[in-house]
Design a protein around this ligand. Structure first.
Ligand code: ATP
Length: 220
């Protein structure tokens, strides 16, 4: 279903969210105080407008509360990002996602009403670090401080040619397999217990991050 998004701030983050949403067929109003940035996105976003989001009148006239989702992608000017989040909340915006520069910024954004706070540099740094440390973990998504979803490649004979029942990852590592990606990108979602895992299969597992790391250690 088509949803409407307003993105405030067309830096690298806001701009890539804008492009991805448009590619996914969504409606996007792109807002920036910098005219050059807005001109760049004039033909990409559904609408693009020059406005200083810190100006309450300007923000109100954009009718933010009519959008399904507002993304506040102002980074460096932390004060502006907090103020705009607060004003959007007060205007009755239903879903606000805000980009944080650091942990304190994130805490304040949550307190003033952001429903979701993203930390792209930190999150990407963590993902890349996990990929660098391990040859088995291809990708990694932190769900909370404790839980993750990881893509683990079966690169060890000890784990290959055995069914999920035999591998018993839930008992051994506390991990649940939610999908398997096989050769030629074939995806087996919610694999049955008798599914046999092959060498080079990629398992999508969900569980505590420490348990993902434990399984990875055992596989190395
Ligand atoms: P990125 O890492 O995504 O490139 P950044 O964290 O460096 O961004 P900034 O460059 O400070 O963040 O801001 C992103 C965009 O937000 C810029 O294009 C800037 O013009 C715009 N912006 C900043 N403040 C406001 C404001 N008050 N109203 C509208 N746009 C703003």
């Amino acid at each position: 279903m088509k949803q409407s998004f307003a993105i405030i701030g067309l830096g690298r983050f806001g701009a890539s969210v804008c492009t991805a949403l448009i590619e996914a067929g969504q409606e996007v109003l792109a807002i920036d105080r910098d005219e050059d940035r807005v001109n760049e996105y004039m033909d990409i976003a559904t609408h693009a407008i020059v406005a200083n989001a810190q100006d309450e009148m300007a923000l109100r006239s954009l009718g933010l509360r009519n959008f399904d989702h507002v993304i506040i992608a102002i980074g460096e000017d932390i004060q502006a990002s907090i103020l705009v989040t607060l004003m959007a909340k007060e205007m009755g915006v239903t879903r606000i996602t805000a980009k944080a520069q650091n942990t304190y910024h994130a805490k304040v954004l949550e307190k003033v009403g952001a429903d979701r706070v993203v930390h792209p540099e930190r999150d990407m740094g963590e993902r890349v670090a996990h990929q660098l440390i391990s040859k088995n973990i291809l990708d990694y998504l932190e769900l909370s401080d404790e839980y993750s979803i990881a893509e683990i490649q079966i690169s060890n004979d000890k784990f290959a040619d055995k069914s999920l029942l035999q591998l018993n990852l839930r008992q051994k590592f506390g991990l649940n397999v939610i999908a398997i990606r096989r050769k030629n990108q074939r995806l087996i979602v919610s694999p049955p217990a008798d599914e046999v895992v092959l060498l080079n299969d990629v398992l999508f597992v969900i569980g505590e991050t420490k348990d993902v790391e434990h399984m990875d250690d055992v596989m190395n």
